[in-house]
Design a protein. Structure first.
Length: 406
C-alpha cells in the first residue's frame, strides 16, 4: 500500500484533504464511502495492487499537474467568452451525499445521502426541487444504502448501487418505494456506476472486475460481462452502435465492448492516468475521459486517437456534458473545484469552488442549469473493537451547488 503526504498550496488553489494520509491504491478509483480520499484503507484490491503500486511517484505528478491546471485555468479566466457561468444557490440537504441525477420527466433532482459516519442517521434518497433545492420527498434505503444512481426517466425507475451491500436496488419513483433488490449470486461485489439504456431497457453496473447487466423489464439480474479490464469504474453507451465503453483504472485504458456480438472489440489508451469516468458524445463522435491520477480530461475519437488533453485539477473524478451548449463539466475532488470546458476549443472557461470534495454532476439539459454534489471531510474509521469517533463538522461539505448559465 502506498501512502504519502499532501502539502497545501493555497496560492495555487490546491487544497489538501484534512487527513494528509492518502491511499493511492484505493482513493484513485472510487468515490464511495469506504474508498474516500481522506481515509486509509487496510485491504487494497488485489486486482489493482501491482498496476497501481508501480506509480510510486504519483504523488508529485498529481500535485504538479493539479497546480498547473489551476494556473492555466486562472490565466484563461481573464479571457472573455460567451459561456460564462455563475455560482447560484447552495444548500445542505443531507449528510453523506453521493450521486445526484436529474429527471426531466418529473422536473426533479434525486440525490443519495448515507448519513454522517459515527451518527445514527438513516440512509435515504432525497427528492429535491431543482430551483430551490428544497426537499420534496424522501425514499428510505436504510436496508441497503445507495451510493451511485442511474435513472430510467421513461419508466420512472431509479437504480442505486448499494456498494456496501453487494446489491442494486430498483426504486419506483411514482411510489417512492424499493421494488426490487438485485444481486449477482456472489458473496462479494463492489457495485459502483449505474447507467441505463432506455431504448433497450437494460441497466449496466460497474463492479470493479466486471459489469452487471440487469433486465429493466423484470428488474432481475441477467448476466455478467467479464474480462473487460482491471479496476472497472466508469461506463458510457454508444446507443446507436450498441457499444459499451468501460474505464479501467488499473491499466489506464478504455475497453470497448460490443453488446451485439458479446465481445471486447477494442482496448484504447485513455491518454491519462487512472481513468475513472467516461462519457460518449454521440454528436461529436468522441469519448470524454476523466483521469483521476493525472488530474485531467482526455478527448478521444471513437477509434481511440487522442485529440486533446485538458488539465482540470487534482483528483478529477466525474463529468457531465451539456450537448446543446457543447460544455463539459469536470468535478475535481482534491482541488475542490468544478471545471467548465468549452467543448469546441477545449479551453477551460472557469474553475469554480464547489465545496470540500466535489463528487457528481447532474444537468438540466433544457435550461443548462448544473448541480454539483460534494462530500464533507470525515474522520477516519474507528479501528475494529473501538468506539466510533464523533462526526466531523464541515460547513463546506455535503452541499449541493447550482451553477447557472449567464
Amino acid at each position: 500500500m502506498i501512502f504519502f503526504d499532501w502539502q497545501k498550496s493555497k496560492s495555487a488553489g490546491i487544497i489538501a484533504p484534512p487527513n494528509p494520509a492518502l491511499n493511492i491504491d484505493h482513493c484513485l478509483y472510487s468515490m464511495y464511502l469506504e474508498l474516500d480520499v481522506e481515509n486509509r484503507i487496510s485491504s487494497p484490491s488485489t486486482i489493482l495492487g501491482q498496476s497501481l503500486r508501480r506509480n510510486r511517484s504519483l504523488k508529485n505528478e498529481i500535485l504538479i499537474k493539479g497546480i498547473a491546471a489551476t494556473l492555466t485555468i486562472t490565466l484563461l479566466g481573464f479571457a472573455g467568452n460567451s459561456f460564462a457561468q455563475n455560482l447560484g444557490k447552495k444548500a445542505k440537504v443531507a449528510n453523506g451525499l453521493y450521486q445526484i441525477v436529474f429527471s426531466e420527466k418529473s422536473n426533479s433532482l434525486y440525490v443519495a445521502g448515507v448519513g454522517r459516519r459515527g451518527s445514527d442517521e438513516k440512509a435515504k434518497i432525497f427528492k429535491l426541487d431543482p430551483k430551490t433545492l428544497d426537499v420534496t420527498g424522501t425514499i428510505d434505503v436504510s436496508e441497503a444504502p445507495a451510493y451511485g444512481l442511474g435513472l430510467n426517466d421513461k419508466t420512472q425507475t431509479l437504480y442505486s448501487s448499494n456498494t456496501r451491500n453487494n446489491s442494486v436496488s430498483a426504486i419506483d419513483l411514482k411510489t417512492n418505494k424499493v421494488i426490487a433488490t438485485i444481486t449477482n449470486g456472489k458473496d462479494k461485489s463492489h457495485t459502483r456506476e449505474v447507467i441505463v439504456d432506455e431504448g433497450t431497457n437494460k441497466v449496466y453496473v460497474s463492479n470493479m472486475t466486471d459489469v452487471w447487466v440487469i433486465d429493466g423489464a423484470t428488474n432481475k439480474f441477467s448476466h455478467l460481462i467479464e474480462g473487460v479490464g482491471e479496476g472497472v469504474t466508469g461506463l458510457s453507451l454508444n446507443k446507436e452502435k450498441q457499444l459499451l465503453y468501460i474505464t479501467n483504472m488499473g491499466t489506464d485504458t478504455v475497453t470497448v465492448y460490443d453488446l451485439k456480438a458479446s465481445k471486447v472489440s477494442a482496448t484504447l489508451p485513455s491518454g491519462g492516468k487512472a481513468p475513472i469516468n467516461i462519457l460518449h458524445d454521440s454528436k461529436g463522435k468522441r469519448l470524454l475521459v476523466v483521469n483521476q491520477g493525472s488530474g485531467d480530461l482526455t478527448v478521444l475519437n471513437e477509434a481511440g486517437k487522442l485529440l486533446q488533453t485538458i488539465p482540470t485539477g487534482a483528483g478529477a473524478l466525474s463529468l457531465n456534458f451539456n450537448a446543446s451548449k457543447n460544455l463539459i463539466y469536470v468535478a475535481n475532488r482534491t482541488a475542490g473545484t468544478t471545471s467548465i470546458i468549452d467543448g469546441k476549443t477545449y479551453q477551460v472557461i472557469s474553475s469554480l469552488k464547489t465545496g470540500t470534495y466535489p463528487q457528481t454532476i447532474a444537468i438540466d439539459q433544457k435550461s443548462g442549469v448544473v448541480f454539483v454534489t460534494n462530500k464533507a471531510a470525515a474522520q477516519r474509521r474507528a479501528a475494529e473493537g473501538t468506539a466510533p469517533q464523533a462526526p466531523v463538522d464541515d460547513p463546506n461539505g455535503d452541499i449541493i451547488t447550482i451553477i447557472q448559465p449567464k
